[in-house]
Design a protein around this ligand. Structure first.
Ligand SMILES: Cc1cc2nc3c(=O)[nH]c(=O)nc-3n(C[C@H](O)[C@H](O)[C@H](O)COP(=O)(O)OP(=O)(O)OC[C@H]3O[C@@H](n4cnc5c(N)ncnc54)[C@H](O)[C@@H]3O)c2cc1C
Length: 311
């Protein structure tokens, strides 16, 4: 069994920043990531609110910079999915889907979150056949075509702005009277001529035989039901934390990990950072900040365990 000072699970902005700080401080570490580096930022075209890039930066480019910077300070990443963590005799035992087991003095959980499904008829059958959860990936397929976007938060409106570069017509359907998104995004989307809005409404079915051809829309105020013709449906209705393998005693009601200000969970030596944390502002800059703090306090914990405390 390979043994490390620190295992970081998840290579999104929080995990990569944790790796940068831990590597720079000289700790031995392993990062386990189930897809590739970047996490959710790989799903977004342009990031305008990460400090230091006055003209914005693409998700791919930011991922590339974060990853290379962490590698420079010793990041070693393997591709695998973590399925369990146990603590035995002061060591964490981390097991993966491919049957590997690693041990460490401390662990940082930076597994982020995954888009939520709408849960209506037609959605899973037509997923990849007109139903999408990533505007950056699939928006360009809808050049001069019509799409529906479901959702009313920052992600829905940000993605609408991107897809609007291609689509002839976008209809945003939101179940509330007003949007949850920040006012600058609302201003931008409402000013575009190819975006229209249906408020107080939910999509109850996505229709089409082999590809999407429409959505059934239910106005929850009036009860009116209409079928809207569309070529594609983008679903942005929130996130679920990636915590299936985390003990339920560490989670809040929505299954996010509870930590204190030092990113510590209730298990000594086990930290969490980024979107996977309970009650956090789910943004890249906050994920990076969490990553830095988790590495700092994990480092102090590792030093204590090794008897290296300099305080
Ligand atoms: C479409 C979109 C647009 C966005 N735009 C912006 C924006 O403009 N500005 C902004 O600040 N924020 C934006 N965000 C939010 C931002 O991307 C997140 O806040 C940020 O990525 C969170 O980073 P994280 O490291 O905590 O988690 P994530 O980015 O979710 O990364 C978690 C990583 O953990 C991995 N993982 C999960 N489970 C396991 C497991 N069991 N084993 C191994 N690996 C695992 C995942 O594969 C993933 O790579 C956007 C999000 C989306 C979806």
């Amino acid at each position: 069994m390979e043994k490390y000072d620190l295992i970081i699970i998840g290579a999104g902005p929080s995990g990569l920043t944790a790796a940068l700080y831990a590597g720079r401080a000289g700790y031995t570490m392993l990062m386990i990531e189930k897809t590739g580096p970047g996490g959710q930022i790989m799903l977004t075209d342009k990031i305008d609110n990460y400090p230091g890039f006055e003209d914005g930066i693409s998700g791919f480019e930011l991922q590339d910079k974060l990853y290379k910077q962490a590698v420079k300070f010793g990041l070693h990443m393997i591709s695998d999915s973590v399925i369990s963590i146990k603590k035995e005799n002061d060591l964490f035992i981390v097991s993966t889907l491919t049957g590997k087991t690693f041990t460490s003095i401390s662990v940082i959980l930076s597994t982020g979150a995954t888009h939520r499904l709408l849960g209506v008829q037609g959605e899973s059958r037509l997923s990849g056949k007109g139903v999408s959860y990533c505007g950056t990936c699939d928006g360009p397929f809808y050049r001069n075509r019509e799409v529906v976007i479901i959702g009313g938060g920052d992600t829905a409106l940000t993605e609408a702005l991107f897809i609007a570069k291609f689509a002839k017509k976008i209809t945003i359907i939101h179940r509330k009277e007003t949007f949850r998104a920040v006012s600058s995004l609302i201003k931008q989307t409402t000013s575009l001529p190819n975006i229209s809005f249906i408020m107080n409404s939910v999509v109850t079915e996505i229709t089409g035989e082999n590809e999407v051809n429409g959505v059934v829309v239910n106005n929850i105020k009036t009860g009116a039901i209409e079928t809207l013709k569309t070529d594609g449906v983008f679903v942005f209705v929130g996130l679920d934390p990636n915590t299936d393998f985390v003990d339920s005693s560490l989670l809040d009601k929505a299954k996010y990990i509870i930590t204190n200000d030092k990113m510590e969970t209730s298990v000594k030596g086990l930290f969490a950072a980024g979107d996977v944390r309970s009650e956090t502002f789910r943004q890249i800059v906050c994920a990076c900040s969490d990553g830095a703090k988790s590495a700092q306090y994990a480092g102090e914990f590792i030093d204590e365990q090794k008897g290296n405390s300099y305080q």
